[in-house]
Design a protein around this ligand. Sequence first.
Ligand code: ADP
Length: 392
Amino acid sequence: VISNLLSNAVKFTPEQGNISLDTHFIKEENGICTIQIEVTDTGIGISEEQQAKLFGSFQQAENSTSRKFGGTGLGLAISKRIVEMMDGEIWIESELGKGSTFAFTIKAERGVSESEMQSLPNLNSQKIRILAVDGATEVREHFTEIAERFGLACDVTDSGEEACALVRQGGSYNICFVDWNLPDMDGMEFSRRILNVYSDAPPYIVIMISSADLISLENETKGVGIDKFLQKPLFPSAIVDTINEYLDVDKLIAMEESSPEHAEHFAGYHLLLAEDVEINREIVLALLEPTQLDIDCAENGAEALKMYSESPDKYDMIFMDVQMPKMDGYEATRRIRAMDSPKAKEIPIVAMTANVFREDIENCIAAGMNDHVGKPLDLDEVLAKLHQYIRR
Ligand code: ADP
């Protein structure tokens, strides 16, 4: 019955229209549930007069219909028989030119399976911020529902430009869901901007939603840094799964624990800071002053290497700029890791880099760094790293 209603909807709805399939639970009596299923389209619609006849055999709304669209006029008659055999009813609400809703009920025994919507285990939902950009109302509604249900902060919009503005206004989102086909912008352009152009933004997790063939999209978007592709139709459970998959529980907990009130916990620890630009060194020193960390500065990779090798026991962590004269951060890291000391292999080294291309981050990891923070530095992010690595 559903297939029949959907294929009619497809047949009688022009290209840019919408078709939706909804299910509602109506009531339960003695273990028997009444379920209502509706297929709604924004197609050509059916006049009131014709509506009355449609469920009869060989009925078509207009005589010309069979010539134009094909069909026998039997589908709805058969659907009605099937629905009635399941103790249900079928009816239509429609307006000519505006679209139609075909609805039917069935009675069925309650099953035993669990609700499809999983939980967000161990996540402090209050810390999660989501941005969802999609032209389709129902997709935006899924996000709003999930946000309400789990207490997440979620901004939704159908416009790529507005989404960019939200990001630029400092929306530090943990994860962005974006449709490939936005009404005003290509989802890829949005991703490129937030991942590669707004370099002051943190490295976002970007999930691309699309009804197109995902394999070809993955090829087209190589190098942009999209984390995952989700196929439409998009179900709430897939969104929840993705949030679980991508939001690193430990990282969020670390962020939470390292809020500025806890900053003084770092007294007595030593940090080595390798950064060639004087103003940047001053910024780090000023930012971290409340932490009471002891900070030594090196002006390039070679100096950092020298300082570290002279007193490897002194330091608890290294913040390493990547681009520096004399010796860059990669080389300095490789040489520290190659030193003949177990501590040198273990000391946490975190890159400070303005580049948020996946490739740069991979290079940092390949050189032996543990992690990276984006530039300009964000105090919360820096504190989270200190917390994660120094207190480990
Ligand atoms: P058919 O096999 O010819 O499609 P159906 O019984 O399924 O027969 O449908 C009968 C007629 O009802 C169609 O020919 C069409 O005129 C009308 N109809 C059915 N669904 C729709 C719809 N979603 N929008 C507009 N007209 C519809």
